[in-house]
Design a protein around this ligand. Structure first.
Ligand code: F6R
Length: 646
C-alpha cells in the first residue's frame, strides 16, 4: 500500500480516492509500521553523520512510539547505529512530576530508549515537571529557544490522543501556541489511569510544546494504532481544520506522514464506506458491508432494498456489475442468516456445508482463552454454557492473574479475614500471621499509585482466581478443566507490561498440546496493541505458528470473540449465537461472580457502565441489528469471527 497524495487543486484524481487531507499509510500491524519508521529515522541519523552534522529529534511518549524505540535500540545494538550526533527534545511532561516517579516521561524515555543507546546525556531535553508555577513561563520560552539554538526539529514523532491532541495540545489549542503549561482534558486524564492506577493521582496539568513548535519540525511522523483511535483519526484526517481537533492542524504541514494499523483505519471513509469515495474491488465481504450499510442508512430491512435505493446511494456499481437488487439482497440476507446457530460446537448429524461450525466430531475438545479472569463470561458467557450443556469437553484458560485490578480495600478485607479467622481458630502459625500483618500495614500506608508488594499481589491474584473458578463452575465446568496460566509478561505489578516472551508462548503451547482442541476461543480485541488482550492474542498466534505442523492442528479452528470493549461490525460476524432472556440472565449471574470487578472496577476504561451492563447492551444491540436488517428477533446475540491462518 502506498501513501495517498495530499489533495490540492490539481490532483482531483486523488481527491476521488479518499477524503483524507493527511497522507496516511495503512499497515497490517503496528510492529511492521514501527520498524519502518525507525528505519527512516536511522537513515536520517546516518545521513547527518556522513555530513558531520547533528540531528534534532522531537520525541513522544505513551504507547504509540514504543515499537519505534524498540527497533531503534535493536538497530543500535545489532547494526551499529550510533546516537552520538543526536539531540532530543521531548514533547511534554506531566506537571507537577518528579523525574524519578514511576509515571514520569523522564523515566519512560530512559526505560524505552535512552538507557540502551549511546546518546550523550547533555543532548537529552525533557520538560522539567518540578519547576514552580512562577518559573513556568520563562522556562517554557527557554525550551523553545533551546530547540531553535539546536537548529530546529528535524523529525518530530507524534501520537494522537482520543481528544485529538498532539503533545498535550488539547482541544482549544491555537495554531500559534508555543511551549507552555496547559490543563489536561478529562478524557486524557481518564486514559492516563492505566499508568496512575487512580484518577485522583493523574496530574491536572502538563508542560507541552505548542502546535507552532511542532509544526516547525521539518518532518513529522504520526503513529496511530488500535481501534480506540479510529474515530479521532478519521476526524483528524477528514474534517476541516479546527482547534477543536488540534491534530487537524497537521493538514497544513508540508511533510507529515501518518502511519496507522488496520484497526485504527476502520473509520476512514476509504475503509468504512469505500463506495462513497471511489471505485471498489468488490468481494463477498465488501458487498455484505455495503448492503448492510445501505439497509441501516435507509432503515429498511435488506430484502426491501430496491434498485433505486442502490442507484441513489453510490452503489449502482453493484447493480451494474453483479446482479439485480433482488439477487443481491437475497445473497446478503442468506449470508447473515447462515451465521445464526444455537450450536456453537456444530450441530451433530446434519449437513454442515452452510453452517458456521463442523458437525463432526459431535463432541469437540474446546479451549476458551480468557485474557483476564472475567473475559470468558463477559464476552461469551452464554456460548460457554451452551458448549458445556451440549456435551463438549470444554476447558477454560485464564491467561493472566489480573492482580492489579483489585481495589486495596477488597484485598484488606480478605487479609483481615484470613488473619482474624486463622488466629481465632488456631489455623495459622505465627510466621504467617506476621506476614499477613505486614501486608495489612503495607496497604494502610500505601501511597497513591505505589506498586503492590509481592504478597499483596499474590493475595489480589488469588481473589481473582477464586472469582474465576466460581464463574466457570457456574457455567458448568469441573475444577480440573479450569486452568490458570499466569503468563509472566503481565507480572510487573504495574500497568506497564513486559513484552511477550518465549516463556509466555511456551505456556500457551503446553496447554494446546495437552488438550489438542478442535475449537479455540480467544479475545480478538484490537483496541490497544500494547494492551493485555492484544498481547494475550499474540501469545496464541505465536503458539499456533509453532504448532502448525501438529496433526491435530488441521482440525483446530480459532474463533475470536469481543465484548467488554467493543463488538464486531455486523458484516464481520461469522457465527452468531442467540441468547434467550433466561440465558442472558444466567450470563449476568456468571459475571456477578467477579465481585472485585463489580460496582466500579479499578480499570473501567472510558465507559461508566458495569461489565455486565456493557455485555448485555452489546449483545442486545447485535440482536437489534439483526432484527432491523430483517432477520429473526432475538433477545441477545454473542458474535464471533473465525481467524484463518495462511
Ligand atoms: C506523549 C504525548 C501524547 C500521546 C498521546 C497518545 O508524549 O504527547 O500526545 O502521544 O496521548 O498516547 P498513546 O500513545 O499512549 O495512545
Amino acid at each position: 500500500m502506498s501513501f495517498n497524495m495530499k489533495p490540492n487543486s490539481n490532483s482531483l484524481k486523488y481527491q476521488l480516492k479518499s477524503l483524507e487531507k493527511l497522507p496516511i499509510k495503512i499497515w497490517d500491524d503496528s510492529a511492521e509500521a514501527s520498524a519502518h519508521v525507525a528505519r527512516s529515522i536511522a537513515l536520517a541519523i546516518r545521513q547527518k553523520q556522513q555530513e558531520g552534522e547533528q540531528i534534532v529529534l522531537g520525541l513522544a511518549t505513551g504507547s504509540s512510539p514504543i515499537g519505534v524505540y524498540k527497533e531503534l535500540v535493536r538497530l543500535h545494538q545489532q547494526e551499529n547505529l550510533s546516537f552520538s550526533n543526536v539531540i532530543t527534545f521531548n514533547l511534554d511532561e506531566y506537571y507537577p512530576m518528579e523525574p524519578s516517579a514511576q509515571q514520569s516521561y523522564v523515566r519512560f524515555m530512559h526505560e524505552y530508549l535512552f538507557d540502551h543507546i549511546d546518546i550523550k546525556p547533555e543532548n537529552i531535553h525533557i520538560p522539567d515537571g518540578t519547576i514552580s508555577m512562577e518559573e513556568a513561563e520563562a522556562y517554557c520560552m527557554e525550551y523553545e529557544k533551546k530547540i531553535e539554538r539546536a537548529g530546529g526539529l528535524d523529525i518530530q514523532l507524534l501520537g494522537i490522543g482520543r481528544t485529538g491532541h498532539i503533545g498535550f495540545n488539547e482541544p482549544g489549542s491555537w495554531q500559534d501556541s508555543k511551549t507552555r503549561l496547559v490543563r489536561l482534558d478529562n478524557i486524557t486524564r481518564a486514559d492516563a489511569i492505566k499508568d496512575f492506577l487512580h484518577v485522583e493521582a493523574v496530574p491536572y496539568r502538563a508542560i507541552t510544546m505548542g502546535i507552532e513548535t511542532i509544526m516547525k519540525a521539518r518532518t513529522i511522523y504520526m503513529l496511530v494504532w488500535g481501534q480506540h483511535k479510529a474515530q479521532i483519526l478519521q476526524r483528524a484526517a477528514e474534517e476541516e481544520i479546527t482547534s477543536i481537533v488540534p491534530s487537524t492542524f497537521l493538514q497544513l504541514h508540508p511533510n507529515v506522514k501518518v502511519h496507522v494499523d488496520a484497526a485504527a483505519s476502520a473509520e476512514l471513509s476509504r475503509v468504512k464506506t469505500p463506495w462513497l469515495v471511489g471505485m471498489c474491488n468488490w468481494n463477498d465481504e465488501l458487498i455484505a458491508q455495503a448492503v448492510i450499510w445501505l439497509s441501516q442508512k435507509l432503515e429498511k430491512p435488506i430484502l426491501k432494498l430496491t434498485d433505486t435505493d442502490y442507484n441513489e446511494n453510490h452503489l449502482s456499481d453493484l447493480i451494474i456489475e453483479y446482479a439485480t437488487s433482488y439477487e443481491l439482497n437475497i445473497q446478503v440476507h442468506n449470508r447473515l442468516q447462515r451465521t445464526i446457530t444455537g450450536w456453537p460446537g456444530g450441530k451433530p448429524n446434519v449437513d454442515d456445508t452452510a453452517r458456521p461450525e463442523r458437525a463432526f466430531p459431535a463432541k469437540k475438545r474446546v479451549i476458551i482463552f480468557s485474557p483476564h479472569p472475567d473475559d470468558d463470561v463477559i464476552s461469551m458467557g452464554g456460548t460457554f454454557t451452551r458448549l458445556v450443556e451440549q456435551g463438549h469437553d470444554v476447558h477454560v484458560a485464564y491467561q493472566t492473574s489480573g492482580n492489579i485490578a483489585v481495589h486495596d480495600h477488597d484485598a484488606m478485607r480478605y487479609i483481615e479475614f484470613m488473619r482474624d479467622f486463622g488466629h481465632k481458630n488456631e489455623m495459622i502459625n505465627s510466621d504467617k500471621l506476621i506476614e499477613l500483618e505486614k501486608a495489612q500495614k503495607f496497604l494502610l500506608k500505601k501511597k497513591m499509585s505505589e506498586k503492590d508488594s509481592p504478597l499483596v499481589r499474590n493475595i489480589k491474584g488469588t481473589i481473582r482466581r477464586e472469582e474465576a473458578k466460581a464463574g466457570a463452575r457456574f457455567c458448568g465446568l469441573e475444577d480440573d478443566h479450569i486452568h490458570f496460566l499466569d503468563l509472566p509478561f503481565y507480572e510487573t505489578g504495574t500497568t506497564r507490561k513486559k513484552p511477550l516472551g518465549p516463556k509466555d508462548v511456551s505456556i500457551v503451547k503446553e496447554l494446546l498440546s495437552e488438550i489438542e482442541p478442535h475449537q479455540v476461543y480467544a479475545a480478538g480485541d484490537l483496541a490497544d496493541p500494547h494492551g493485555t488482550h492484544m498481547v494475550c492474542l499474540n501469545a496464541i498466534f505465536e503458539a499456533f505458528k509453532d504448532l502448525k505442523k501438529e496433526k491435530w492442528m488441521n482440525d483446530c479452528w480459532l474463533w475470536l470473540y469481543r465484548g467488554a470493549w467493543h463488538e464486531w461490525a455486523t458484516h464481520e460476524i461469522e457465527m452468531a449465537i442467540p441468547l434467550s432472556p433466561m440465558e442472558l440472565y444466567r450470563k449476568r449471574k456468571a459475571i456477578f461472580m467477579h465481585q472485585s470487578q463489580k460496582d466500579s472496577p479499578p480499570f473501567p476504561g472510558d465507559d461508566e457502565r458495569e461489565f455486565w451492563q456493557r455485555a448485555e447492551d452489546r449483545n442486545r444491540a447485535t440482536a437489534t441489528d439483526y432484527r432491523n436488517l430483517g432477520l429473526s428477533e432475538y433477545e441477545a446475540i454473542e458474535a464471533f469471527r473465525r481467524w484463518k491462518f495462511d
